[in-house]
Design a protein around this ligand. Structure first.
Ligand code: SF4
Length: 310
């Protein structure tokens, strides 16, 4: 599990806030949804991405699967720069880099039979033998072949989420970015779905970018964990280390390793562009933190932290 599949190098993704003022012409400004994020995904591993809502996790997944072009930085796939690929070449790679959205309804046509939706996508990518691919993908998520004839509206929330996963698997991906894949599922079904995701990963040597705010989901599947907030990567390391011995003050609060709460601030991404984005809350803040962005540095084997105090 050491071969680099995907490398994100110093990615910056800008987002334009809603303009305000006369005719909406004033007030628009670019904020950094991702602000200099560098990460490596190794073939066959699960990299868990944790952090508060609105902190850039979904944007990261979109950039990693070529669904959102970065404004700066590079994306390497198997060592090759794919940041600016276009057309058929991009389609081909996008098929191998799938994304499962948090809400299955964002991926599925709710009133269309699942089989038809799958077939249309396979046609778009020029894949042959759609029926056996559909059957296999539904089997992988533990749904019978009869689900191909049903619409998502005729299914439970858990079944819809399994279909959304099958939709990604049917395209034979090499990497899947899964955004809170079990958060909308009944708690008693979550364990089964995590077992299923783990089994599929082993069968296909899949790489997962697993976004979750749920510690137990990350602890169950992730080999490594990255903590992201305000578009900045605060900490990266082996899952067992980060989940129990995180060093960054944000990680420690977020993971409940220190008492206290992180105040919820809607759409805080990019609000601080100089200094540490956590300076407003951090109990260890110093004057330096307010003016100088901390760079990530190695604090142990494969363990990196971006904090002036560490
Ligand atoms: S850099 Fe400063 S403000 Fe940011 S987490 Fe570290 S100590 Fe806190």
């Amino acid at each position: 599990m050491t071969e680099a599949l995907l490398e994100l190098q110093n990615l910056v993704v800008l987002r334009h806030t809603d303009p305000t003022g006369f005719f909406g012409l004033w007030g628009a400004r670019p904020v950094r949804a991702l602000d200099g994020v560098s990460l490596t995904l190794r073939r066959g591993e699960t990299l868990g991405i944790m952090g508060g809502a609105g902190g850039g996790k979904t944007t990261l997944a979109e950039a990693a699967t070529l669904r959102r072009a970065p404004d700066r930085g590079r994306i390497l796939f198997e060592g090759r720069d794919v940041t600016s690929i276009r057309g058929g070449e991009k389609d081909k790679l996008q098929r191998r880099l799938q994304m499962i959205r948090q809400d299955a309804r964002e991926s599925l046509e709710m009133d269309q039979p699942v089989g038809k939706q799958f077939r249309d996508r396979m046609k778009q990518y020029g894949l042959n033998d759609p029926d056996s691919r559909i059957r296999r993908a539904l089997e992988q998520v533990e749904l019978g072949a009869e689900f191909a004839d049903r619409t998502p509206l005729q299914m439970s929330g858990g079944q819809q989420q399994r279909v959304a996963i099958a939709r990604a698997l049917a395209l034979n991906p090499i990497m899947v970015a899964a955004d809170e894949p079990v958060s909308g599922v009944d708690p008693h079904l979550q364990r089964d779905m995590l077992t299923m995701l783990e089994r599929v990963q082993k069968q296909q040597n899949l790489t997962y970018l697993l976004i979750s705010q749920e510690r137990k989901t990350i602890a169950r599947l992730a080999h490594r964990v990255a903590v992201l907030d305000s578009g900045r990567l605060y900490e990266t390391g082996l899952a067992e280390k980060v989940l129990t011995e995180a060093k960054h003050p944000y990680s420690r609060l977020f993971l409940g390793l220190e008492p206290g709460e992180i105040p919820f601030e809607e759409d805080r991404v990019g609000k601080v562009i100089s200094g540490c984005p956590f300076a407003g809350t951090c109990p260890a803040v110093t004057a330096r933190c307010r003016t100088e962005m901390p760079a990530a540095r190695e604090v142990g084997a494969g363990h990196q932290v971006a904090c002036h105090a560490i």
